[in-house]
Design a protein around this ligand. Structure first.
Ligand SMILES: Cc1cc2nc3c(=O)[nH]c(=O)nc-3n(C[C@H](O)[C@H](O)[C@H](O)COP(=O)(O)OP(=O)(O)OC[C@H]3O[C@@H](n4cnc5c(N)ncnc54)[C@H](O)[C@@H]3O)c2cc1C
Length: 417
């Protein structure tokens, strides 16, 4: 079996950024495995602008952003295999993959898992009604349009106000389709504010909050849908039904980490984020297996994927080169109820003072909040923030955190008046 210091699974923005930083931190025996015929991941189908404002301080399209990292990979001659689908990972870090040369295996000292996320489908949200043609996930419709040049329908309704749905509302309008509206079951949108403004409001596309699709009509092709308002328990309110004639329904009802391979390898799952449970170095519960990008937790901004993945690459390099010092203390990290997930869940304390990045999302819109990091004995960090939204991941970088004498840490988001 071929031995490798580092195998990176996935050649999207997470895999590319982690490969570059592992290389820059001394790793030469590494490889990226990508199942698609090109590097770049989901960015290749995101031809709209809006990428790179934080990382490169300029506005790029998805393919332009991917190209920056692909060039860095090529400059360093980092090897990669395309059309190579990873089938399995073991606890012992054996990676099995298949490509035109058949099934092959690498034995790795370390693995970075960067396989992205999946879209939730109709089956997962149990929409009632017939099963006609014309119901697509928004990302699939985006792939048809931007990669294969095919418009999937002409009279379109969108369920869910996630960013992909919002982007597709504008994209399909620009390509000549009529987008009749967007229904969002929650009382707030799940998309970025700028996407609501630029993709719906600018094109007079109505956004119906606290509203959902309650029936689907049409035996061969979709002919119409029924939408209804919902109550506080998200149950349809009788008498509010409205029929909308359309030939296409796009679902933009959430993404979830494509984490099953790590779960099968025995990595402990973070039940809230649905990715793996990781420490502050992005190492999973199996030593030497790291996880980053959308497979760890779904990101709204690729810039944060790059930053996180550079950290994964640096830490994997330190692990391979035995540069990680001894663990002096272990701290479990919890959070308050209004936080939906938090990364990391555990801190392996190696230094007296460490800089640690915490990423999380809130469960509801919060206008003003104080974010506190504390244990029963001490408040370690506190910061005030405004306009926290579930759609936007929040990242705080806490410097010089001394956790040598602490067993538990809690991140609390306190709503201010
Ligand atoms: C529609 C849409 C619009 C967006 N708009 C913006 C925006 O305007 N601005 C912004 O900053 N961010 C935006 N984002 C977010 C950002 O682009 C993503 O969060 C980021 O690109 C995800 O990177 P990733 O590498 O984690 O995942 P991906 O890009 O999905 O890469 C994962 C890679 O792993 C590969 N892979 C998966 N399984 C295997 C396997 N078994 N074997 C081998 N390879 C495998 C996949 O083929 C893929 O190439 C958008 C995302 C989407 C989906």
């Amino acid at each position: 079996m071929i031995k490798k210091d580092l195998v990176i699974i996935g050649g999207g923005s997470a895999g590319l950024a982690s490969a570059v930083s592992a290389f820059d931190n001394g790793i030469r025996d590494l490889i990226i495995l990508e199942r698609n015929p090109e590097l770049g991941g989901i960015l290749n189908q995101c031809i709209h602008p809006g990428f790179g404002l934080h990382h490169f301080h300029e506005e790029l399209t998805g393919p332009e952003y991917a190209d920056r990292y692909i060039n860095e990979v090529k400059k360093r001659n980092i090897p990669y295999l395309l059309n190579s689908q990873v089938l399995n990972i073991t606890k012992g870090k054996i990676v099995t993959f298949i490509n035109e040369n058949g099934v092959q295996k690498f034995e790795a000292k370390a693995i970075i898992f960067a396989a992205g996320c999946n879209e939730r489908t109709r089956g997962q949200i149990l929409t009632p009604g017939y099963r006609p043609k014309g119901v697509y996930t928004a990302g699939l419709a985006q792939k048809y349009l931007n990669i294969y040049g095919r418009l999937v329908g002409k009279n379109v309704y969108i369920l869910g106000s996630g960013d992909i749905g919002l982007i597709m509302a504008r994209r399909m309008t620009l390509e000549g389709a009529k987008v009749l509206g967007v229904s969002e079951i929650m009382p707030y949108s799940n998309g970025l504010k700028r996407n609501i403004a630029q993709c719906l409001e600018d094109f007079n596309i109505p956004l119906r909050l606290s509203n959902t699709v309650t029936n689907i009509f049409g035996r061969d092709r979709l002919e119409a849908i029924e939408i209804s308002d919902v109550d506080e328990k998200l149950q349809p309110i009788k008498g509010t039904e409205k029929i909308i004639k359309c030939d296409t329904l796009l679902l933009s009802v959430g993404l979830y980490p494509f984490n099953s391979m790590l779960k099968n390898a025995g990595c402990v799952v973070n039940k809230e984020s649905k990715g793996s449970l990781v420490d502050q170095n992005l190492e999973t519960s199996i030593e030497g297996i790291f996880s980053t990008g959308n497979v760890l937790h779904v990101h709204d901004l690729v810039d944060f994927v790059s930053e996180e993945s550079e950290r994964a690459g640096t830490n994997a390099a330190k692990y391979i080169l035995n540069k990680l010092s001894e663990v002096k203390n272990i701290v479990n990290v919890s959070h308050s109820k209004n936080v939906s997930y938090l990364i990391p869940s555990i801190i392996k304390v190696r230094e007296e003072n460490e800089n640690i990045i915490f990423s999380f999302r809130v469960r509801k819109n919060i206008k003003k909040a104080t974010i506190i990091l504390k244990n029963p004995a001490k408040v370690h960090y506190s910061v005030k923030k405004i306009n926290l939204l579930p759609a936007e991941m929040i990242k705080i970088n806490v410097k010089n955190l001394n956790l040598l004498d602490c067993n538990e840490l809690s991140l609390e988001v306190i709503e201010d008046e």
